[in-house]
Write a protein that binds this ligand. Structure first.
Ligand SMILES: *[C@@H]1O[C@H](CO)[C@@H](O)[C@H](O)[C@H]1NC(C)=O
Ligand SMILES: *[C@@H]1O[C@H](CO)[C@@H](O)[C@H](O)[C@H]1NC(C)=O
Ligand SMILES: *[C@@H]1O[C@H](CO)[C@@H](O)[C@H](O)[C@H]1NC(C)=O
Length: 323
């Protein structure tokens, strides 16, 4: 019974929590009534046994759901990829050794453009007067992930674009609305992170030679007009695809006070639906973005559409449903 209670996937988590709470209340009411009955009969031993039983149920129901955690941020170091007009990430060691006084001291300084590595594009990056990174409400930084998988078309065309039907397909498969989610575009580009030419499409810094997938203008417009999402992340260098010069996805999405996340790591570790994201940009005053730690959390025990458990990593690529 306790295994059943624990093996709940995230979408139904809150509902089940509520059910648990109701059970607890019922148990408590039942417990009180029963305890009075027993008290009248002065049967203290039975009362004790019964109340112990009730409290053991309560403990089982409050057992924590075992969670899987995925780090969706690349380490910042000398290999970190970045938009070429930005200053690259650089760590300078100031102290790293035993001091004259006898204690150990390690200390560095870093120098970096803001739009480098795994980072947030704050809405004000491409839209005057919109939120800077420090102004984004916390409620927009913790939300369910909606993973839009375009791996197949990105394999065939490295400039592939997310279209409206990719969003509609996700809603059909998951049976959920995209409202209230953070969109994560999964193109399979994470595999290329360690190879600048493979990731960006060119070994030099010429932005006209860039090639990687992105979001079409039409899809960005549809999403902003029809759904309320908090953010849109990609596993590539940009929200727009490589050849884009007008950067319409950036302009349309950020204008709605929706933030972007770029160079997001480990997209392939997420279920299409079922993970909660914790998006934690460095809180830099008035800034157009920031390096960002992103963590995805979801239950270790997941259920697939047909009700079987999906604990294997490969199975996370499929949709996760409630039991
Ligand atoms: C500082 O020294 C430690 C121990 O020798 C080493 O592991 C670490 O990588 C050094 N840190 C930097 C930033 O160079
Ligand atoms: C690209 O630009 C960086 C500076 O951002 C520079 O260090 C690097 O040498 C350039 N690479 C090429 C191939 O021009
Ligand atoms: C942010 O902008 C406001 C208004 O322009 C200004 O008063 C404030 O000093 C700025 N803060 C920082 C950290 O630059």
């Amino acid at each position: 019974m306790n295994n059943e209670a624990i093996a709940i996937c995230l979408p139904s988590f809150n509902r089940n929590r509520q059910r648990f709470k109701n059970n607890l209340v019922e148990n408590t009411v039942l417990g009180k009534a029963s305890c009075r009955l027993f008290h009248r009969r002065r049967n203290m031993l039975l009362l004790f046994i019964f109340c112990s039983f009730l409290s053991s149920i309560t403990v089982i129901q409050n057992a924590p759901i075992p969670l899987e955690m995925v780090d969706m941020t690349y380490t910042f170091d000398e290999t970190t990829l970045y938009w070429p007009t930005q200053k690259k990430f650089e760590l300078v060691v100031i102290e790293n050794g035993t001091q004259e006084e006898g204690y150990w001291l390690q200390m560095e300084e870093y120098f970096s453009g803001i739009h480098v590595g795994t980072h947030m594009d704050a809405p004000c990056h491409f839209a005057k007067g919109r939120w800077s990174v420090d102004q984004i409400p916390l409620s927009h930084l913790t939300a369910p992930a909606a993973v839009i998988d375009i791996t197949k078309k990105a394999e065939e065309d490295r400039d592939a674009l997310v279209q409206v039907d990719d969003f509609e397909k996700w809603e059909m498969m998951s049976g959920q609305s995209l409202d209230g989610t953070i969109i994560m575009i999964r193109s399979g580009w994470g595999k290329r992170w360690n190879d600048k030419e493979a990731f960006i499409g060119t070994p030099d810094n010429d932005t006209t030679k860039f090639h990687y997938p992105g979001i079409s203008k039409e899809a960005a417009q549809w999403l902003m007009d029809n759904r309320n999402v908090y953010g849109v992340g990609t596993d590539t260098l940009s929200l727009d695809n490589g050849p884009s010069q007008e950067l319409m996805a950036h302009r349309i999405i950020l204008d709605k006070n929706v933030y972007g996340l770029e160079n997001v790591a480990n997209m392939d570790m997420l279920p299409i639906y079922g993970a909660t994201l914790y998006v934690m940009p460095m809180k830099i005053g008035n800034a157009s973005g920031a390096p960002t730690r992103i963590i995805a959390v979801f239950p270790k025990i997941l259920f697939t559409k047909d009700g079987t458990t999906a604990t294997e990593r490969s199975l996370r690529e499929i949709i996760i449903f409630n039991k």
